[in-house]
Write a protein that binds this ligand. Structure first.
Ligand code: SAM
Length: 333
């Protein structure tokens, strides 16, 4: 499929349903030729909503008025035990930038998870850290790191973040992670305030050049109490088109059907799979903390977004012709 700059513009803006169907079919064909009809499940553990940053879009930023919590290493290990029994072979530890999770604490935690679940991958999504810290986490056994680049346009980045957060540092972190041997996840919100067709084209170019092993994209959803609380949510349709374009231009990528899509549309996850996604990330956090990890309004954490519903997810994926193997689901090179 031709993905020149002009055809990307056309695919992102056209109202021709045939062109969009063709794009989705091509994305599925490309995915299936590499990963087969497999959807990989990751157990998401939201380890802390403390954050030193003040991203203007985020409902758990430093200034947001939310009750703060932090899971203990013992609680996190319990989540992994539960997940392992449910068939999860990847644990994603995600949280705000919380100084309590020092390198020493995290290295011990990663080693304990790996010791208790040697067949599982550990993914971290804990924001920006120094190269030396990333190196220690990698040496402790972490396999993957998710750090969305948020936008590949420096001016747009500055519009979404306070001045102390630097675009160059985020990019440096992504390069460091790759060099240290992590499978790296980049990504961005669709419809974030100030986003244009031009900034989206820069995101696609960044993905084509950097070739992250994973790309997390989901619609922006306003979060109460943030400077962007009255902005419009991003479009589900545009998110699906971008998923499909990313699959076609970077065939081996691991592409999650994100919670934000499921939050905006009851069958958002299935639609993402039918546009080329091949990862789902249900919530493995303790029930009583899920509502506190409120990065945006009405975030789903129950129903099929909840890890206890692994059986439900398997059924829903089967209904659209997909299988969910008990498998780490590593990037295939
Ligand atoms: N602190 C880590 C980091 O910076 O990567 C991980 C946690 S952060 C909350 C995870 C992701 O949530 C961000 O990369 C951002 O893209 C997404 N996010 C935050 N606020 C959002 C919103 N209002 N709508 C949609 N996604 C949002």
């Amino acid at each position: 499929m031709n993905l020149s700059s002009n055809s990307i513009r056309h695919l992102l803006t056209t109202s021709d349903p045939v062109a969009i169907d063709d794009l989705f079919m091509e994305a599925c064909r490309v995915r299936d030729s590499i990963y087969g009809r497999n959807i990989f499940m990751r157990g998401l553990i939201e380890i802390s909503n403390h954050c030193r940053n003040n991203c203007l879009y985020c409902g758990i930023s430093r200034s947001a008025k939310v009750r703060r919590y932090r899971l203990s290493p013992e609680q996190i290990l319990q989540c992994c035990d539960i997940g392992s029994r449910l068939g999860f072979r990847t644990f994603v530890l995600q949280g705000g930038e919380d100084a309590w999770f020092t390198d020493d604490v995290l290295c011990k935690l990663i080693a304990d998870i790996k010791h208790q679940h040697p067949d599982c991958a550990v993914t971290l999504s804990l924001g920006e850290r120094g190269r030396d810290s990333f190196r220690r986490l990698r040496e402790a056994g972490a396999d993957r790191y998710l750090l969305r680049h948020e936008t590949a346009d420096a001016d747009h980045y500055a519009y979404l973040h306070p001045s102390e957060m630097l675009f160059e540092h985020r990019m440096q972190c992504l390069h460091d992670l790759h060099e240290l041997g992590f499978q790296v996840g980049a990504g961005f919100m669709v419809g974030s305030p100030g986003q244009t067709l031009e900034t989206l084209k820069k995101d696609l170019k960044f993905i084509a050049d950097f070739r992250p092993e994973m790309v997390g994209i989901g619609p922006f959803i306003p979060a109460a109490g943030t400077p962007f609380e009255n902005e419009r949510a991003g479009s589900v349709e545009l998110t699906l088109r971008l998923l499909a374009i990313i699959r076609v231009m970077h065939p081996h990528v691991l592409l999650p059907a994100t919670t934000a899509l499921g939050t905006l549309h009851p069958t958002g996850r299935e639609r993402a799979v039918m546009a080329g996604a091949n990862v789902v990330m249900p919530n493995l956090s303790p029930q009583d903390t899920r509502a506190l990890y409120s990065i945006y309004n009405n975030k789903l954490s129950t129903g099929s977004e909840a890890a206890e519903s692994a059986a439900d997810i398997r059924m829903r994926m089967k209904a659209i012709g997909m299988e969910v193997p008990d498998d780490r689901g590593d990037y295939l090179n």
